[in-house]
Design a protein around this ligand. Sequence first.
Ligand code: 5GP
Length: 355
Amino acid sequence: MADIVSNDYKLDFSDVMIVPGISHLNSRKEVNLLRTFKFKNGVEFEVCPIIAANMDTVGTFSMLKRMEEHNMMVALHKHYSIEKYKEFFEQDNGKSTFNYFITVGTSKEERVKFNDIWQLRKKCNLNKDFPVLINIDIANGYIPALREAVEYYKRTYPNSIISAGNVCTPEGVRLLSDAGADIAKIGISGGSLCITRAKTGVGYPQFSMILECREEADKRGVYLISDGGCTCPGDIAKAFGAGADFVMLGGMLAGHDECEVEFYRNENGEEYCISHGMSSTTAMMKYNGNVPSHRTSEGRTVPIKAKGPVNNTLLDIEGGLRSCGTYIGAETLEKFAEKASFVKVYHQLNTSLVK
Ligand code: 5GP
């Protein structure tokens, strides 16, 4: 018989608000958005743990240039050619080591391509064996192929840090951690360009997901990336408050100058670009030349109004997070989860003057 896993309603970012409390901080300047991450293999780095998603209209080299100025990160999309990587490694010379993930899926071809990239990086970086951050990303992280891929990459590149996903339950976090992942990426069907909920009925609200996965992540000593569902800086604050270690953004970073997409003017002279989900018909046609008959599109293709340089958006995010820190008395991002308490709400934003 079918089972209702929980009778509680599960919550999304828009279902909660953070409650302000007595704070010892006088200024937003006192809130530090950098955090040090330490991994089991001894690798350690300090970043602002916001990651541009590995979508081909978001996770670009151009995005990385701007994000790293803010100490933020990019999961580079997996469709870059070896030549593009060569260009990047030659001018980067190892300086952005911890600002980017190289993304792969589970296929054998991707293992070969990753090895080529890795060798190239070694050669361009004076043969130094820098650790590499690997993002093993597939839509459904519960399948055996993902666990096999995690085991393979961990065994072959022990110096690396492996993020794997996506899953959305404590059971999924356990699976990935057992396979050797250092970071579990959580989020299924909550993305701005995602239509998985409509196509399959599958999903889990992001805010509750983070709360529920946190305990398992602590037990296993893995970090959590909350991936998808953030629509504004306040949502990012809520994700950190719920216990995410990193927050991944797609839609919020789409439509900027750094997205490596073409912009066009519509009939009113307004500038737009097209963004698509990585499981959309557009993406499948672009990279496979067809939509296989056993699949259906699980992503949208939408016009997005041009947003200009991403720097302004990143400053806005940083400003929002610092302000949240002062409201809850958290002087570091790490303290957000300890200090944030939430209330459930029916209404969040007053939109009476918004057209
Ligand atoms: P956003 O920040 O836009 O709400 O969510 C970004 C995340 O949506 C990505 O990191 C990825 O996990 C997910 N995503 C991107 N494209 C697609 C797609 O076509 N279908 C689905 N189901 N998820 C997608």
